[in-house]
Design a protein. Structure first.
Length: 128
């Protein structure tokens, strides 16, 4: 499981760019260690999150999400947020470059937290 450090600036309104990779047919999970602009853990108490991925722009691009991640705040005080997809969900994702984003919300306010590319790598198949 990958772990990425992210600085979250509520006032900037801009997501941090982080590139990821995923293997088809395998469990996928990434934990984001979220720090405030003061370099200490951002307190996520009272926040919730959502995340999706879709085929990137260009030939074959779509506007329909390819997958919706499970998002969990694993340590609110410690600023830890995890996105994941099980092997059943990754099995049918075609190899290639996708875009994803992670949003967090507090009350009715939604903030962009992380976005970037996910390179999906086809798994190894065996003979029938």
């Amino acid at each position: 499981m990958a772990s990425k450090n992210v600085t979250f600036d509520l006032d900037a309104g801009v997501a941090k760019e982080v590139s990821l990779s995923m293997h088809t047919g395998a469990d996928f999970a990434t934990t984001f260690n979220i720090n405030g602009t003061n370099n200490s853990a951002f307190n996520l108490t009272g926040y919730s999150g959502s995340a999706q991925m879709q085929k990137s722009s260009g030939i074959g691009a779509t506007t329909v999400p390819t997958a919706t991640f499970t998002v969990g705040i694993t340590s609110a005080i410690g600023g830890k947020l995890r996105i994941s997809l099980g092997s059943t969900a990754t099995r049918d994702i075609s190899e290639g470059r996708y875009m994803y984003n992670v949003l967090v919300s507090s009350g009715s306010t939604i903030y962009p937290l992380v976005n970037g590319n996910i390179m999906v790598i086809a798994g190894i198949s065996s003979a029938p």
